[in-house]
Ligand binder design. Structure first.
Ligand code: PFF
Length: 447
C-alpha cells in the first residue's frame, strides 16, 4: 500500500477541521432551531452543550484518529478491539446518511445564488422555494453540488482538501463579518439581537426537556461529531501536535460563526416583520424568510449573492470532510485509486439522496433520524470506548504534544467517562421519546 497521506501544515489541519465544522449546521440549522426552540434559551443550552459535551467528545475522536492513523473503522482493530469496529461502521454510516441529504440542501443553496443574481425569488419567495426544493430540478442541483465535492476530494488531503479549505474558511469569516455589519444598519436589528441573545430563564426551565436534546444534537452536528469526520481528519495529524489547542481553535471558531449567523439572520427577519417562531418554523421556511428579506431591502441582490455564497462555501467545506470519511476507509482497504473511489462513492451518495431531493418530507425524516438517534448513539459508543475501554492510553495520546496539560487531560478523561456519557444517554432517551413515542411527534416537520 502506498504511503499514507498527511496534512502539509498544522494550520491546514485546523482549517480543514473548522471547514468541516462550519457548515449548514451553523448557517441554516442553528438559526432555525434557535427560532423554533425559544430563541436565546436555546442558544444558552447550546453553548453549554458545545463546551461541556461537544468539546470533550471532539478530543475523544481526535485521540482515536491520531493514535491509530487509520480510518474510523480500522482504528478500533488497530487498538486490538476488533469487535468495536461496528462502532466505527456506525459512525461512517451516519456520515454517509447525513451527506446524502446534505447534498440536496447544498443544491438548493446553489439555486438560491442563481435566484439572487436574477432576482427570481423576489416576487414569490415561497413559490421559489417550492420549485427548487423538490423534484427533478433539485436532483440536478444535488448532482452539481456533489460533483464539486467529489472533485475536491479526488485531489487528496494536501492538494485537495487542505488547499481548498485554506481559501474557504477565511472567506467565510470575512464575508460573515461583512454581512453582520451590513444588517446592523437594518431597522429590525435591535429586535433581532434581543430575540437571539437575551434568554428567558423561565422559558428555559419550562422547556428544558425538549430543548436539551436539540441543543446537544446540534452541538454534535455542528462540531461534526459522531460521523467519523474528526477521527478521519486527525488520523493525518502528527504526534507532536497539541490536540487540545487544535480542538479548542475549532470549537471557538465554529461557535463564532454560529453566533455570526444568528446576528445576520435575525435582523433580516425582523426587518421584514417575519413572525420568527412560525415563519422560520423549519428548514424551508428559513430559506423563504431570508429570501423575502433580500427581496425587500436595498442592494438585496448583492447581499443575497454574498449570503448564499457564504452558505455554499461552508456547505462545500463540510461535505468534503464527510466524503473523505468513506473515501479514506475505502482507500485504506482497497487497491483502487482515490479519484475512482471518490467518483464511485459519490454515485452511491447521489442515489441515496434522490428520495430527499424528490420529497422534502424524506429529507426531514432523514434529518430527524440522524439528529435524534444515529448521532447521539454513535457519539455515546465512541466516548465509552475512548473513556472506558482505552482510557489510560487515550489520556497518554491526548497529552502527546500537550505534555503541560496533564490536569486538563485528567479532567477530560473523567468528563467523557461520566458527564458526556450521561448527557448523551439523556439526550438519546429524550430524543427517541420525542421522535417516536410522543403523540404528535411531527413537531419536526419543518416544511
Ligand atoms: N458541522 C457540519 C455542519 O454544521 O454543517 C456537519 C456536517 C454535516 C459536516 C454534513 C459534513 C456534512 F457533510
Amino acid at each position: 500500500m502506498s504511503q499514507r497521506e498527511t496534512w502539509a501544515t498544522r494550520v491546514g489541519f485546523i482549517l480543514a477541521a473548522v471547514g468541516s465544522a462550519v457548515g449548514l449546521g451553523n448557517l441554516w440549522q442553528f438559526p432555525f432551531k434557535t427560532a423554533t426552540n425559544g430563541g436565546a434559551a436555546f442558544v444558552a443550552f447550546y453553548l453549554i452543550a458545545v463546551l461541556l459535551i461537544g468539546f470533550p467528545a471532539m478530543l475523544a475522536e481526535f485521540v482515536l484518529g491520531r493514535r491509530t492513523q487509520r480510518n474510523a473503522v480500522d482504528a478500533f482493530a488497530r487498538l486490538g478491539h476488533r469487535s468495536w469496529r461496528i462502532v466505527g461502521a456506525l459512525a461512517v454510516f451516519t456520515g454517509f446518511w447525513i451527506l446524502s441529504y446534505y447534498n440536496v440542501v447544498g443544491g438548493w443553496v446553489m439555486r438560491y445564488i442563481l435566484g439572487s443574481v436574477t432576482g427570481a425569488y423576489f416576487d414569490n419567495p415561497a413559490g421559489y422555494f417550492g420549485s427548487v426544493s423538490a423534484g427533478p430540478e433539485a436532483v440536478i442541483a444535488q448532482a452539481a453540488f456533489l460533483a464539486i465535492v467529489v472533485a475536491i476530494v479526488a485531489f487528496g488531503i494536501e492538494d485537495g482538501i487542505e488547499r481548498a479549505t485554506k481559501v474557504m474558511v477565511p472567506s467565510i469569516i470575512v464575508l460573515m463579518v461583512a454581512l453582520a455589519i451590513w444588517v446592523a444598519t437594518l431597522p429590525g436589528a435591535a429586535e433581532g439581537y434581543a430575540f437571539f441573545l437575551s434568554p428567558d430563564l423561565d422559558a428555559m426551565i419550562a422547556n428544558a426537556g425538549t430543548i436539551i436534546p436539540f441543543a446537544v444534537g446540534q452541538a454534535f452536528f455542528t462540531l461534526s461529531l459522531g460521523m467519523a469526520i474528526m477521527i478521519t481528519y486527525s488520523s493525518y495529524v502528527g504526534r507532536d501536535d497539541n490536540l487540545i489547542f487544535d480542538g479548542g481553535s475549532v470549537v471557538i471558531t465554529n461557535t463564532i460563526v454560529g453566533v455570526l449567523a444568528g446576528l445576520v439572520v435575525f435582523p433580516i427577519l425582523l426587518t421584514i416583520g417575519a413572525d420568527i417562531t412560525s415563519d422560520t418554523g423549519g428548514a424551508g421556511a428559513l430559506f423563504v424568510a431570508t429570501a423575502a428579506g433580500f427581496g425587500s431591502v436595498p442592494f438585496g441582490r448583492l447581499f443575497g449573492v454574498v449570503f448564499f455564497g457564504v452558505v455554499l462555501i461552508a456547505a462545500l467545506s463540510s461535505a468534503i470532510s464527510l466524503l473523505e470519511v468513506t473515501v479514506s476507509y475505502a482507500n485504506d482497504n482497497l487497491n483502487i485509486s482515490r479519484p475512482a473511489l471518490s467518483v464511485g462513492i459519490g454515485v452511491g451518495l447521489f442515489l441515496l439522496g434522490v428520495p430527499s431531493a424528490l420529497d422534502t418530507a424524506w429529507l426531514a425524516w432523514f434529518d430527524t433520524l440522524a439528529y435524534q438517534v444515529f448521532l447521539p448513539l454513535s457519539v455515546l459508543l465512541l466516548v465509552i470506548f475512548v473513556g472506558w475501554v482505552i482510557g489510560k492510553e487515550a489520556l497518554e495520546e491526548l497529552l502527546s504534544g500537550a505534555e503541560d496539560f496533564r490536569t486538563f487531560g485528567v479532567v477530560w478523561l473523567w468528563t467523557i467517562r461520566f458527564v458526556v456519557v450521561l448527557a448523551v444517554l439523556l439526550t438519546l432517551a429524550l430524543g427517541i421519546n420525542e421522535t417516536f413515542l410522543v403523540e404528535d411527534a411531527a413537531f419536526f416537520d419543518p416544511f
